[in-house]
Design a protein around this ligand. Structure first.
Ligand SMILES: Nc1ncnc2c1ncn2[C@@H]1O[C@H](COP(=O)(O)OP(=O)(O)OP(=O)(O)O)[C@@H](O)[C@H]1O
Ligand SMILES: [Mg+2]
Length: 251
């Protein structure tokens, strides 16, 4: 068994507002091991983004958030995050966006460019380095956001519905890309999606959350053989078996 990359024990989170207290997460516990790709599905508003934000440390020190329980992240300084709404900086070119985390970490200019160009090649956007985000399609922007999150080689990558706003075709292409990136880099990944099929195709393990307050309702190990593909893995009986179980959980 690989080492623990993330360990959550009894995590509860509430938001305080002028109208009262909203309990977002209740008593969440799970572990993520090095190199695993975990997918998380759950109904809208069940606290998926809250969970990723808690792991990324973004809820600490906020005076409108009550947080209890234990969150351990092996290397908390080394987290890449693809936010739910794509957060590319509009005034920076594609290559400058990809290199953002490298800049913050004081990589030399030449090195930044080299790494960013390599990643753009990997995602098939090497000709778009000097374009601005508004000149790209939504799918291209998602690719850039993904490249930016892995650019400085973080140990853990959090992705919040990274393919949320894409059409079915583009979505499947990017699912294959995520599978390829995971295979190549062996990064630990935690990905939120509202798409059951996507959770099964990509996940080594799936966490299904209940409605608010979010709890971990069930957990499935995905026994689909690897390498997987967004198209052909759907034809496997294991796919339909899991689909049925998760659909039932979410009812
Ligand atoms: N800053 C905030 N202040 C008050 N309540 C909040 C805040 N952020 C989130 N919430 C509430 O906490 C709950 C969980 O929100 P969260 O965004 O984590 O859900 P989610 O599962 O990511 O939803 P979606 O699938 O729609 O993205 C929701 O009921 C939401 O209204
Ligand atoms: Mg969300």
């Amino acid at each position: 068994m690989n080492a623990e990359c993330v360990s959550i024990e009894g995590l509860s989170v509430s938001y305080l507002s002028s109208t009262g207290r909203i309990e977002a997460l209740r008593d969440i516990s799970f572990k993520v091991y090095d190199g695993e790709l975990i997918t998380i599905v759950g109904p809208s508003g069940c606290g998926k983004t809250t969970l990723l934000n808690a792991i990324a440390g973004l809820l600490n020190f906020r005076n409108d958030v009550l947080i209890s329980g234990k969150i351990f992240v092996k290397n908390a300084k080394s987290i890449g995050y693809v936010f739910q709404r794509d957060a590319l900086l509009p005034w920076r070119t594609v290559i400058e966006n990809v290199a953002l985390g490298l800049e913050v970490r004081n990589f030399l200019k030449k090195k930044r460019k080299e790494i960013a160009l390599d990643l753009l090649k990997m995602i098939g956007l090497e000709d778009y380095g000097n374009k601005y985000p508004h000149e790209l399609s939504v799918g291209m922007r998602q690719r850039v956001a993904l490249a930016r999150a892995i650019a400085y080689d973080p140990e853990l990558i959090l992705m919040d519905e990274p393919l949320g706003s894409l059409d079915a075709q583009t979505r499947m292409t990017l699912q294959d890309e995520i599978l390829a990136i995971h295979k190549k880099t062996r990064k630990t990944m935690l990905m939120v999606t509202h798409d059951i099929a996507e959770a099964i195709i990509l996940g080594d393990r799936i966490l299904v959350m209940s409605g608010r307050p979010g709890t971990v309702k069930s957990e499935y190990i995905v026994k689909l053989p690897k390498p997987r593909s967004a198209f052909s893995s759907r034809l496997d009986p294991e796919f339909s078996r899991l689909y049925g179980l998760i659909l039932d959980d979410l009812k």
